[in-house]
Design a binder for this molecule. Structure first.
Ligand SMILES: Nc1ncnc2c1ncn2[C@@H]1O[C@H](COP(=O)(O)OP(=O)(O)OP(=O)(O)O)[C@@H](O)[C@H]1O
Length: 756
């Protein structure tokens, strides 16, 4: 054992000031006297060395005195030369130990920088105070044990004030002690430190129980061993740093065992008492730490639950966040759509604004125009009033002018004669090309010369109101007829009939064919056209129509399609006016339009044709009478005018020699003769007019004579074989015409002219 004791430090001439750590003490004088000479001289030389601090012997005199007293008590045979004073300076070694310890604690999870701990600063203060208390207790114990401890404590205290590199403001060192000594007061940071792996936590208690299990402690052990363990340093380490490894404490034990002789039971007892106290304190601290850990465990559980709740909340918030992000994306998309729509709408709005501007300008223009038009309207209304007054006056004038026109027209018609005769020569049909024609010479529009082509070359001249040659059109014919229709509209009775040999063209003249309408359909059209024109003069017309035929002196209603044979009688309408007649049981239909009238004409024509089918020659041997009654009313003037048009397609005259049905021929010829007699009586102005001698003259009585206008067509065929019948018809017509023109003729007669 002694061989392992290092060589005394004074033999090595330590460079620094003399400072003995721990229980190191300077040898007493008497000790020095007991030293071998060499050693004594060396010590004296040492003391006399200029390197020795001037106050080296004064500084630790109290210590030396105490040490000497203790030593004296234990010194039956004191041999101080074995004192090992070549230890490293305590301050440096203590710093190294404490640096190592702090580094170890700082490197462990138990020590956290202040910035990592969230514990309140007050905890740190309390921990610091506890630490200080612990330190003080250690210091006191140390000082009571050995005066050299003071320097060790000073060195350790100096270490605390100098934090190791990497630790800010020295907090980690304080925290490490706080965590270790005062776990109860530790905050969250402390709990976090305590919650570190338990393999490191027991190191604290093991430090007290001198058990070295942690690798950092081993390294510390190496440091201690290499430093050869100064007593003060080791004791300081074991007391002031309970977290130091057990090896260090073990080193202390060895040192103390070395230092306290076995027989010094009192010192040993004191030492054990201190150890016991330290262990008791550690036990209490461990119990507090255990309680603190349990509290921390509860806190940890609470935190875990809270963490779970927070995780759930976090997950829920994550879902909400995802939902919100989704909604946000939808809102962004919607916003984008709305933005696009807004831009589109703004574009349209700008267009509409431009249009509105244009329209507004147009509106202004239109308002101006409207104003002008309003003014214009007012002017026109005023002018219209003036015109209406003028129109009313003109209407009045027109009404009177129309009356005057009627009078004049009637005068003209009178001058032309109430009975007028037109002669029409029909052309030969293509099927009649082999028939010999008479010689026809048209002298003028009113005269014709007939030349027999039978070899006698007989010539006969006839004069009429108008002579129409074979090429005369239906329109030319009607142009000469229409003035009579105008007379009917003016309130006169008009009778137009066609007289002539069978096959001479009577039906063609009166009815016409589909592509060449005759007098009757043209009369219908003219009447409706004139009625519409007369409306402008205030006249409203009612048009009534009847269709009948006279066959063998029997009346037939051509509009009666019932098949029943109703007896038609010609009766006088007014006893006072014997010219007014009507036909009983006849169908008289009021016609509103031209179409309807044409429809009725076709019905009548079919009925007559049906009769003709029953007997092939019936149509040619019956008289067809179409009567159109015109009733005009002028509401304003309260006037009424009634006129009528009798359109008669007479049966064709026939020579008895060629007649097949003599009775029919006789009836036809007799009725035609009676018609001739009536007409001749009229033109000769006889007192008695034999109207009632035949159904035909009786029926036409209102239209023959008086103010009636009568027009007779004498139709003749152009053929030589019809020469006699043609001459007969022309003589009758010429006789009518000569009688009418008798005055003129008379003038002619006076001039030497002759009529046949
Ligand atoms: N002006 C004319 N132009 C062309 N064809 C005519 C003309 N007049 C008559 N005809 C034709 O001559 C034929 C006989 O004419 P229409 O039947 O009119 O004689 P009508 O005198 O009526 O005979 P009826 O007394 O037997 O009835 C018909 O085919 C008709 O088309």
């Amino acid at each position: 054992m002694d061989s392992k004791i290092p060589k005394p430090a004074f033999l090595k001439k330590p460079a620094g000031p003399l400072s003995l750590p721990g229980n190191a003490r300077l040898p007493l004088t008497r000790d020095l006297l007991n030293l071998p000479l060499a050693n004594a001289s060396m010590f004296a030389k040492r003391m006399a060395s200029p390197d020795k601090p001037s106050n080296g012997g004064v500084l630790n005199r109290a210590k030396l005195r105490r040490s000497r007293s203790a030593t004296d008590l234990n010194r039956p045979d004191f041999h101080r030369p074995k004192y090992t004073s070549n230890l490293a300076p305590i301050s440096s070694r203590s710093a190294a130990i404490n640096t190592t310890t702090v580094s170890m604690m700082a490197g462990s999870d138990l020590i956290k920088p202040l910035s990592e701990t969230n514990g309140p600063r007050t905890h740190l203060r309390r921990s610091r105070s506890a630490c200080d208390i612990a330190m003080k207790s250690n210091v006191s114990s140390a000082s009571s044990t050995n005066s050299s401890t003071v320097s060790g404590m000073s060195a350790f205290a100096g270490y605390k004030r100098q934090p190791p590199p990497g630790v800010r403001n020295g907090v980690p060192a304080k925290v490490s002690k706080t965590v270790t000594l005062q776990p109860k007061n530790a905050g969250i940071g402390a709990s976090t430190t305590v919650a570190k792996p338990p393999s490191q936590k027991p190191a604290i208690s093991q430090t007290a129980s001198k058990k070295a299990t942690m690798p950092p402690v081993k390294s510390t052990l190496g440091v201690v061993k290499s430093g050869s363990g100064g007593v003060a340093c080791v004791k300081s380490t074991s007391v002031n740093a309970p977290k130091a490894n057990g090896v260090g404490t073990k080193t202390v034990g060895k040192t103390m065992n070395k230092r306290i002789p076995p027989y010094d039971y009192k010192a040993r007892f004191a030492n054990l008492t201190e150890k016991h106290k330290a262990l008791v304190e550690k036990h209490e601290k461990l119990q507090e730490e255990h309680a603190s850990r349990e509290a921390l465990q509860e806190l940890y559980d609470d935190c875990t639950r809270e963490l779970g709740n927070l995780k759930n909340q976090h997950a829920q918030l994550q879902q909400e966040l995802a939902q919100i992000r989704l909604e946000n994306d939808e809102l962004k998309q919607s916003n984008l759509t709305l933005t696009t729509a807004l831009q589109h709408t703004e574009t349209e709005l700008s267009k509409y604004r431009e249009k509105f501007t244009v329209v507004d300008r147009e509106n202004v223009e239109l308002r101006k125009q409207l104003q002008e038009l309003a003014e214009r309207t007012a002017f026109l209304e005023e002018e219209n009033m003036t015109l209406q007054d003028a129109n009313q006056r003109n209407t009045e004038l027109l009404f009177h002018a129309n009356i005057e026109r009627k009078d004049l027209h009637n005068m003209v018609m009178d001058l032309r004669g109430n009975i007028r005769v037109f002669c029409r020569v029909r052309p030969p049909l293509p099927s009649e090309a082999n028939r010999i024609e008479c010689g026809w010479k048209y002298l003028d529009e009113q005269s014709i010369e007939l030349i027999a082509m039978d070899g006698t070359n007989k010539r006969m001249d006839f004069s009429f109101d108008h002579v129409f040659h074979p090429r005369t059109t239906q329109q030319d014919i009607f142009d000469n007829v229409s003035p009579l229709i105008q007379s009917a509209l003016d309130g006169y009775n008009v009778c137009i009939f066609a007289y002539g040999q069978t096959g001479s063209g009577k039906t063609y003249t009166m009815d016409g064919v589909a592509d060449s309408l005759g007098v009757i359909p043209r009369t219908v059209d003219l009447i409706f056209s004139a009625v519409n024109d007369y409306k402008r003069f205030g006249w409203e017309y009612e048009i009534r129509v009847t269709f009948l035929e006279i066959y063998n002196e029997v009346l037939y209603d051509l509009l009666d399609t019932s098949g029943t044979t109703k007896e038609l009688e010609i009766r006088m309408a007014n006893a006072k006016n014997k010219t007014e007649v009507y036909v009983s049981n006849i169908i008289e239909e009021t016609v509103e339009s031209t179409g309807r009238l044409h429809q009725l004409m076709n019905i009548a024509k079919m009925n007559r044709a049906t009769a003709a089918t029953a007997g092939n020659e019936r149509s040619s041997r019956s008289h067809a009478v179409t009567k159109i009654t015109l009733i005009g009313t002028h509401q304003d003037k309260g006037e009424t005018c009634i006129g009528s048009v009798n359109l008669v397609d007479l049966a064709g005259s026939e020579s008895p020699k060629t007649s097949v049905r003599m009775d029919e021929t006789k009836n036809i010829n007799r009725s035609l003769s009676e018609l001739s007699n009536v007409i001749l009586a009229l033109v000769q102005r006889n007192e008695h007019i034999p109207y009632r001698n035949s159904k035909l003259t009786h029926l036409l009585m209102p239209s023959l004579g008086g103010n009636s206008k009568t027009l007779m067509f004498v139709n003749v065929a152009p053929f030589q074989d019809c020469f006699m019948e043609t001459v007969k018809s022309l003589r009758f017509a010429s006789q009518v015409n000569s009688c009418k023109m008798q005055k003129v003729k008379k003038n002619k007669v006076l001039n030497g002219s002759s009529v046949m």
